[in-house]
Design a protein around this ligand. Structure first.
Ligand SMILES: [Zn+2]
Length: 270
């Protein structure tokens, strides 16, 4: 079932489509596009209470609609729905996107839905109905100063269906501010879990987030799948590009007048 991505396509035909994610990003082949403007993050600095649920396949942190984004050469405003992590197993990395063939230890996704859509189902017919922000992690000697709160919360949702709350959480404690995230890759792709909806404008930031080996081991060991097995290797293998172009922002040269026009060029160049 869901734990074996090679079988998804039999039950979810869209998982065999031509715009699937994740992908391997070949940095030397990414096309520079100066229309890829910085983001404006909304609500990242506010203290919020968020719920966390073990869905049986992953651990999902639900975000309130007060969190969102605009900018980033995306065609509209987007509201956050949730964030979650992809990881491997002890001693084996588990990011979904790979950079020049290298898999990183872990990857965080923040899922946003374009306004005025209210759900993935409503957004899935729009090629950029979903905006997914991807943060790759690199292993560091020092702990990430704010991940332990999330790790402790994961420890409270060991089993399928269990949930908990994280009080006074700020997204800005975990991810950098938009002003520090001018460099990113953009391509059009899909959700990385069934039904693999091809409605995602992907942003993979060049800047990586720190995680210590202690924190990584903790992430990997807290939860169990619906089968009762340890929740490990929760990433989909990379998918063929099938002629798609990966763009990279040119943070040094921004031409605001082109930004609006080229929000649409980006979508048409697929
Ligand atoms: Zn994800």
């Amino acid at each position: 079932m869901i734990s074996d991505p090679s079988h998804w396509v039999t039950q979810f035909p869209r998982c065999g489509g031509l715009r699937q994610s994740p992908i391997n990003i070949v940095t030397s082949k990414a096309h520079t596009n100066s229309a890829l403007a910085p983001f404006n993050f909304i609500g990242h600095n506010k203290q919020i209470n968020i719920s966390l649920e073990n869905t049986g396949h992953s651990a999902t942190f639900r975000l309130p609609q007060s969190v969102g984004l605009s900018g980033g050469a995306l065609p509209g405003n987007y509201r956050a729905a949730n964030f979650h992590f992809h990881w491997g197993r002890e001693g084996s990395p588990g990011s979904e996107h790979t950079i020049d063939g290298e898999r990183l230890p872990m990857e965080m996704h923040i899922v946003h839905i374009k306004e005025p859509y209210g759900s993935l189902t409503e957004a899935e017919h729009d090629m950029a109905g979903i905006a997914l922000l991807a943060f790759l992690f690199e292993e560091t000697a020092e702990d990430h100063p704010h991940l332990d709160t999330l790790i402790e919360a994961l420890g409270r949702i060991q089993n399928n269906g269990s949930s908990t709350e994280v009080i006074n959480f700020r997204l800005s404690d975990v991810v950098p501010s938009a002003s520090e995230l001018h460099s990113y890759y953009r391509y059009m792709g899909s959700m990385t879990t069934p039904g693999c909806e091809q409605a995602v404008a992907w942003t993979v930031f060049k800047r990586m987030l720190p995680v210590s080996s202690r924190q990584l081991s903790a992430f990997i060991s807290k939860c169990r799948f619906w089968t009762g097995q340890p929740m490990t290797d929760i990433f989909r293998p990379t998918q063929p590009l099938d002629g798609r172009v990966v763009y990279k922002s040119n943070s040094g040269l921004l031409l605001p007048s082109l930004t609006l026009v080229c929000s649409f060029c980006l979508l048409l160049h697929i």
